[in-house]
Design a protein around this ligand. Structure first.
Ligand code: UDP
Ligand code: MG
Length: 141
């Protein structure tokens, strides 16, 4: 990985995988200038999903979020681009697809505020933590 560039971490969430939208979402990611450093399809246990979203454990939707994120396979990926975190948040759109801008991934593919198609890291620090949570160094290219 180029040490001068920045990374973000994403997951294509269970309902988008179930709806056969992996390819369409990955196409948008690549067309918007992100390079795929690592990518895999995995199913998270409830325990792993709970760890990933630990920061939200006091929020009312935490239990449902953990159940949903462990309900089926996801696609986890590390993406590389200048300004990756902010540019990817712009590409995915607001958490609630009803508030997401036209042309964003969530506007196009999300079912609801909870089943919102994709995750995107919210800071450089969290991008690194989340990438390390899902991938080991021999999976990065
Ligand atoms: N979420 C939810 N209900 C809410 C807010 C969030 O189910 O009222 C879920 C949703 O899947 C969201 C995730 O929890 O993507 C993490 O919430 P966050 O506020 O970090 O939104 P994001 O950063 O994903 O836009
Ligand atoms: Mg978030």
């Amino acid at each position: 990985m180029n040490t001068m560039s920045k990374i973000t971490f994403t997951m294509i969430k269970p309902e988008a995988v179930q709806a056969n939208n992996i390819g369409s979402i990955v196409k948008m990611i690549e067309e918007n200038g992100f390079r795929i450093v690592a990518m895999k399809k995995v199913q998270l246990s409830a325990e792993r999903a709970g760890q990933f979203y630990e920061v939200h454990q006091e929020r009312p939707f935490y239990g449902e979020l953990v159940e949903y994120m462990s309900s089926g396979p996801i696609v986890a990926a590390i993406l590389e681009k200048e300004n990756a975190v902010a540019d990817f948040r712009a590409l995915i759109g607001a958490t609630n697809p009803n508030e997401a801008a036209d042309g964003t991934i969530r506007k196009l593919f999300a079912e609801s505020k909870s089943k919102n198609a994709v995750h995107g890291s919210d800071s450089d620090e969290n991008a690194q933590i989340e990438a390390d949570f899902h991938f080991s160094s021999d999976e990065l290219f």
